[in-house]
Design a protein around this ligand. Structure first.
Ligand SMILES: *Cc1c(COP(=O)(O)O)cnc(C)c1O
Length: 362
């Protein structure tokens, strides 16, 4: 079977076990004589899968009882709009911490809909290589929430400790590191994530929202954009993304079987230690552009001494069955996206390749 080592940033590699299980059930799911692709979203079997997926999310992420879980469509990008639409009254504002492309998009989208302001941006010449220090973050009076991105997928930075915004709740895009480590939900009013990095395939977006924040949802919105409507209908207001939820369910069960977030977090730390150790061993060859204290354990970005060597690195990797490591077009260089699916052994293969490449070209 010709499986490659897939380091794409998203959609990204899925556990083989989840794919195999889906393959086995493709003609007959749960004895229905139908595929999950064909079954009604109002059927007993689907509702069971839907609710079980929510329960698994709550269990694995240790989501407290006063938070509602929504599973909607439209990706994280739709949340860039739904969040300010629902949560901001006419006399309120929200602060945005901009540390990468997606947080910048979130800020721009919100600005077309409601009154928001820039709390801080760490952009320098179009590049984001760091996170702000606490004293750089500006919170105005009348701020309903402060938005940030926990892991910057394109540039490879990740918050290790979230900023303290006092009574102002954090609203966080966790698309690329949800389920990769334990989180304390206390400072968060709302957490959201598109599934296609750590949770499953694209098509379903998870929104975790504290009940008092949910209650704030504005009435003057179309139902399809209203959090309270979706919550009232258990995220089945309209046809959900059944197959994406089905695959997410399999990924969640796989994580549970591995030992949950403690096991996953430990593995992710080991993987980061392996690859950053290799980068740092010869700093004249592999060059990390990111400040050390905020290096992402999910998306590892680095450069080589020349663009020519970078191209050769990427094409040699491909010849060795290692794919998806070309940096995002706005950042260049190399990016390795190593989500939960990748084991330590996968990173060892990559690190061996990196060491061999230095021996041949260094
Ligand atoms: C991938 C990603 C997105 C984009 O999500 P869509 O589902 O394509 O809208 C947004 N934010 C972050 C942090 C991401 O990694």
């Amino acid at each position: 079977m010709g499986r490659v080592l897939n380091f794409y940033a998203g959609p990204s590699a899925l556990p083989l076990e989840a794919l195999e299980s889906a393959k086995n059930e493709i003609f007959d799911w749960k004895g229905t004589g139908m595929s999950v692709l064909e079954v009604s979203h109002r059927s007993k079997e689907y509702i069971e899968l839907h609710n079980e997926s929510k329960d698994l999310l709550r269990k694995l992420l240790a989501i407290p009882g006063d938070y509602e879980i929504l599973m909607l469509q439209g990706g994280a990008s739709l949340q860039f709009a739904m969040i300010p639409m629902n949560l901001l009254g006419d006399d309120q504002t929200a602060g945005y911490i901009v540390t990468g492309r997606f947080s910048s998009n979130a800020f721009k989208t919100a600005g077309t809909l409601r009154k928001v302001y820039l709390s801080v941006s760490t952009e320098e010449d179009g590049i984001f290589s760091r996170l702000p220090a606490p004293e750089e973050i500006n919170i105005e009076t009348g701020t309903a929430y402060c938005h940030l991105t926990s892991n910057n997928t394109i540039f490879g930075t990740q918050w290790k400790v979230f900023p303290d915004t006092g009574p102002v709740p954090l609203v966080c895009d966790m698309s690329s590191d949800i389920l990769s480590r334990k989180i304390d939900f206390k400072p968060f009013g709302l957490v959201y994530a598109g599934a296609q990095k750590n949770l499953g395939p694209s098509g379903v977006t998870v929104i975790i929202i504290r009940n008092d924040i949910l209650e704030r949802s504005r009435e003057d919105l179309p139902d399809i954009l209203n959090y309270k409507v979706h919550a009232g209908k258990n995220s089945l207001y309209n046809t959900p993304s059944c197959f994406a939820t089905y695959m997410m369910n399999k990924v969640l069960k796989w994580v549970d079987k591995k030992g949950g977030l403690s096991a996953v977090e430990e593995q992710n730390e080991k993987k980061a230690y392996l690859i950053y150790g290799t980068i740092d061993k010869d700093p004249g060859f592999f060059r990390s552009r990111v400040e050390k204290q905020c290096r992402s354990s999910m998306n590892v970005t680095f450069n080589l001494p020349s663009e020519e060597l970078e191209s050769r690195f990427i094409s040699d990797a491909q010849k060795n069955g290692i794919i998806g490591i070309k940096g995002h077009r706005s950042a260049g260089g190399v990016r390795v996206s190593m989500y939960n699916t990748h084991g330590t052994d996968d990173i060892e293969v990559l690190v061996n390749f990196m060491n061999n490449f230095i021996n041949r070209n260094g």
